[in-house]
Design a protein. Structure first.
Length: 67
């Protein structure tokens, strides 16, 4: 079973690094987001199994994306 992951972090190095680390595992990064608004849009569009959410998204209220 593959786990579909959305990575939400405002640092591209973190997003790319996680995607690289997970290559070849049962976890597939299906989308990335760098803001709370983009996280909501990507979650709606891709319907991930798991969202890895940085609570400090460059000044955005990341907790607002949890609803």
């Amino acid at each position: 079973m593959t786990i579909r992951l959305l990575v939400a972090d405002d640092h591209e190095v973190i997003r790319r690094g996680l995607a690289s680390l997970l290559t070849g595992s049962e976890i597939t990064v299906i989308a990335e987001a760098e803001s709370a608004k983009e996280t909501i849009n990507m979650a709606t569009k891709h319907n991930p199994d798991v969202i890895l959410l940085d609570v400090r998204l460059g000044g955005d209220d990341a907790f607002g994306a949890l609803i």
